[in-house]
Design a protein. Structure first.
Length: 53
């Protein structure tokens, strides 16, 4: 049986996880700024399907 204390503990764990996740994402997911001289490109060149030729 789920008691009120267990539900509160679950929400506290989720809240703490969300705070840590938000901090990590804000530090690790910064994209380079887009300016007039910045050209974004893919990490690998695009390929066409061999059947499309």
């Amino acid at each position: 049986m789920i008691t009120k204390d267990k539900v509160i503990e679950i929400f506290c764990i989720i809240d703490e996880f969300d705070k840590n996740l938000s901090d990590e994402l804000s530090r690790n997911l910064r994209l380079p700024s887009v300016g007039e001289n910045v050209i974004r490109h893919r990490n690998r060149p695009g390929r066409r399907c061999p059947k499309a030729r």
